[in-house]
Design a protein. Structure first.
Length: 202
């Protein structure tokens, strides 16, 4: 793989090639699907889409809806509803392109809203008692780590995502003799998180 500079073709370094390969793979990731919707809503060409971390996505979703991290759920819901009314596809019947654009923007708003609700402090506060009991009593079954996002599957069937988790913390979790204890001390209350799936009830 080569690049051109000042009319001369230069060979890219292994790190540059690895970066491009990784980004190519990430562009097929499900997380990038939501990023594509967001960028479509903002009128950015899909060919310029690159994979972003979950933390970047939180910031982008907030920007899309015009809110910051202090927004309360009631206000967030009102803003979301107003945007959905403004961009309802039924209002854009003039051309197929305008209707398609409205549909894509509506999808982006929906994804942004539900994601922000899932990581909102109010949501976590409402689930605090249940969450505290779960991390005390339910053991880790397995976990996955990608781009500073840790997905933890628990014995009760529930799953949680933790965002912005540095790789060194992940490696300490992997090498820990007591991963449950390590996670309780260094992960569960230290990073932005959301519930991905509920516990399985008998």
């Amino acid at each position: 793989m080569n690049s051109v500079r000042n009319g001369k073709r230069l060979r890219k370094t292994e790190s540059e090639e690895s970066y491009e390969i990784n980004n190519s793979l990430y562009r097929s990731d499900i997380g990038c699907y939501f990023t594509r919707l967001l960028l479509l809503a903002k009128g950015i060409c899909l060919e310029k889409v690159y994979f972003c971390t979950r933390m970047n996505k939180i910031a982008e979703y907030r920007k899309l809806l015009g809110v910051d991290k202090t927004v309360e759920l009631k206000e967030l819901k009102a803003i979301y509803r107003n945007l959905m009314k403004e961009w309802h596809p039924d209002k854009f019947q003039d051309t197929h392109e305008s209707k398609l654009e409205a549909e894509e923007k509506s999808k982006a708003f929906i994804e942004a809203y539900h994601f922000l609700v899932s990581v909102a402090p109010e949501t976590n506060a409402q689930q605090a008692e249940q969450y505290s009991e779960m991390i005390k009593s339910s053991r880790i079954i397995d976990f996955q780590y990608k781009t500073q996002t840790l997905l933890v599957n628990f014995a009760d069937g529930s799953s949680y995502e933790y965002f912005g988790l540095p790789r060194n913390i992940y490696l300490k979790l992997v090498n820990s003799d007591a991963p449950d204890r390590f996670a309780r001390r260094h992960i569960y209350h230290s990073f932005v998180y959301r519930k991905v799936s509920k516990a399985v009830t008998a």
